[in-house]
Write a protein that binds this ligand. Structure first.
Ligand SMILES: [Zn+2]
Length: 264
C-alpha cells in the first residue's frame, strides 16, 4: 500500500502544464505519463503521446481544478491539482448594435436563444469524440486586420455585456473565409446572435467557429482541409457591420483563437 501511494505521488509529480500560470481564456498543454486520465475545468483531456490540450475559462478566478486519475485496474486514485490562473488584461470597447438586440428578449426569442445555445453545447461535446484530425499548424481564417481581440469587455448600446468570446477579423461582404485547419463540419445554421455560422470540429476536444457569414459553402458532415473556402464574410446576426467573428473552443470552453496559431 505504501508502495502504491509512492507510485501515485511519483506519477503526479510528472503531471505538468504549459504555461505554468496560464491566463484566463487560454489554451494550455498538459503533459502526463502514459496511463493517466483527467479533466480540467470539467472538460476531459485526451492524451496523445503524453500530451493533451485543455482550456482555462475566461471566467476562471484564481485557479482551475485539474483532476488526474492514476493507479491501475484495482486502485484508481482521483487526485486534484490546482492550476494557478493569471488575470487577462483587456480593454473595454463600446458597440452600437441594431435596436432589436438591446431590449430584453421576449419569451419566444428566449426559447430560440436557449435552443441555439443547446445546439452549440451539443456540438461542443462532440468535439471530444473525434481523434486529432489535423497535422499542419492552425492558420487564421482571413489574413486581414484584427478589429476586436478576444476577451475585450463590451458595452452594447450603453449596457455592459459579457466579454468578447472570439476574435473579430475585418472583411467586406463576400470576402473569403477559410478553414483554420482540417476538420469535420459539425453544424451549419443561421443563429440569432451568431448569424450564419459554421462549427468545425478538429478532434481531441478542439472546435473553431465562424460567425456572421453571408453564405456558408459547406454542410454538416463535410470534411474540410486547412485553408479550404468554407464561407463568405457577412453581417448576419448581432453585428454592426460585415466582419468575421472567429471563435475557438475546447469542449464548451471558449479560449483565445490566437492561441491556436502558436501551438508547439
Ligand atoms: Zn466578435
Amino acid at each position: 500500500m505504501v508502495l502504491a501511494v509512492l507510485a501515485t505521488l511519483a506519477t503526479l509529480q510528472n503531471v505538468t502544464w504549459e504555461p505554468a500560470r496560464p491566463i484566463q481564456g487560454s489554451l494550455i498543454v498538459v503533459a502526463a505519463p502514459s496511463g493517466v486520465f483527467g479533466q480540467l475545468a470539467g472538460e476531459p483531456l485526451h492524451f496523445v503521446d503524453g500530451r493533451a490540450f485543455a482550456a482555462v475559462p475566461l471566467g476562471a478566478t484564481d485557479s482551475v481544478e485539474l483532476q488526474v486519475l492514476t493507479g491501475n485496474e484495482e486502485v484508481v486514485e482521483n487526485n486534484v491539482m490546482w492550476v494557478p490562473v493569471t488575470p487577462r488584461q483587456a480593454a473595454g470597447e463600446k458597440v452600437q448594435a441594431a435596436e432589436r438586440f438591446t431590449p430584453p428578449p421576449d419569451s419566444a426569442l428566449l426559447v430560440r436563444i436557449n435552443r441555439e445555445r443547446g445546439l452549440s453545447l451539443e456540438v461542443a461535446r462532440r468535439a471530444h469524440e473525434l481523434p486529432r484530425l489535423w497535422k499542419a499548424p492552425f492558420q487564421r481564417p482571413r489574413a486581414t486586420r484584427v478589429t476586436s481581440p478576444f476577451g475585450a469587455g463590451r458595452e452594447v448600446n450603453g449596457v455592459w455585456r459579457s466579454t468578447h468570446s472570439g476574435l473579430d477579423i475585418s472583411g467586406r461582404k463576400g470576402d473569403p473565409v477559410r478553414a483554420s485547419n482540417r476538420g469535420v463540419v459539425a453544424l451549419v445554421g443561421n443563429f440569432f446572435y451568431g448569424g450564419i455560422t459554421v462549427y468545425l470540429l478538429h478532434g481531441v476536444g478542439l472546435m473553431t467557429v465562424y460567425h456572421h457569414l453571408s453564405r456558408a459553402l459547406v454542410s454538416a458532415g463535410d470534411t474540410v482541409e486547412r485553408g479550404q473556402l468554407i464561407g463568405r464574410v457577412g453581417a448576419t446576426g448581432r453585428v454592426t457591420g460585415p466582419h468575421l467573428h472567429w471563435g475557438a473552443q475546447f469542449g464548451a470552453i471558449s479560449f483565445d483563437p490566437a492561441d491556436l496559431l502558436t501551438l508547439p
